[in-house]
Design a binder for this molecule. Structure first.
Ligand SMILES: Cc1cc2nc3c(=O)[nH]c(=O)nc-3n(C[C@H](O)[C@H](O)[C@H](O)COP(=O)(O)O)c2cc1C
Length: 201
């Protein structure tokens, strides 16, 4: 298999593109699209977002240390892009995208009602890395759209039409091709010992 050499760069794709909501000290709500984000710890639950200091949202993040990560869907794709190319300095992105504010439960910010999952976060540490500062945060509360819960209490994010971001393009998820541990799962006659997958976290 022939390979080409690339200079070091950001090649880790696909990623989620999330809508992060922040509220500044004056109480103004803003939204910023973030793709540099991820889970960093299961217990305690923690995630990070990396933000350029020149973003309008940056100062609110530093001042309040609180934000909400709103997961995005097919229906939210346009707003996801828009909030990533317009600044809260001169735009009310909430109003312009017709998004509904739902007051967050544990942090001082608004969650997006139209988003299936709202992850409320409190910053634990800010790491200046270069172009971006990484905000490592505790997840302090989560709300989910009850429409995607089944009768057994399982949450089905896939039914909300989640989107991914890859090299500048937004994609819908494709079809499911396996579930956690399927590679080692016995197809028939499962005994208690055999075929049991370890927890992935
Ligand atoms: C798909 C996408 C992903 C983005 N990811 C990031 C990111 O991870 N960090 C960042 O600082 N800016 C990111 N941006 C750029 C900001 O969202 C953009 O500069 C935005 O206008 C800043 O808004 P604000 O000035 O209101 O804070 C992204 C933009 C798009 C479209």
């Amino acid at each position: 298999m022939a390979k080409l050499d690339f200079k070091p760069g950001n090649m880790l794709f696909p990623l989620p593109a999330v809508l992060v909501s922040v509220r500044d000290r004056q109480g103004n709500d803003n939204l910023i699209t973030i793709a540099w984000t991820g889970t960093v710890c299961t217990n305690p639950p923690m995630l990070y977002i990396s933000v350029r200091p020149e973003r309008h949202s940056y100062q609110a993040l530093v001042d309040t240390g609180e934000f909400v990560v709103n997961l995005t869907t097919r229906e939210l794709a346009k707003a996801t892009d828009y909030c990533g190319v317009r600044s809260g300095r001169d735009h009310d992105k909430w109003a312009e995208m017709g998004l509904t504010k739902a007051e967050a439960v544990k942090v001082n910010a608004a969650s997006i009602a139209e988003s299936p999952v709202n992850i409320e976060c409190r910053v634990r540490e800010e790491l200046p890395l270069g172009s971006h500062h990484m905000f490592i945060a505790d997840v302090v509360h989560v709300t989910v759209d009850e429409d995607y819960m089944d009768e057994k209490g399982s949450f089905h994010l896939e039914k909300a039409g989640p989107i991914a971001y890859s090299h500048g393009t937004y994609f819908e998820l494709g079809k499911a091709i396996g579930t956690f541990g399927y590679s080692v799962r016995k197809k028939k006659k499962r005994t208690k010992k055999a075929g049991k997958a370890r927890n992935h976290s």
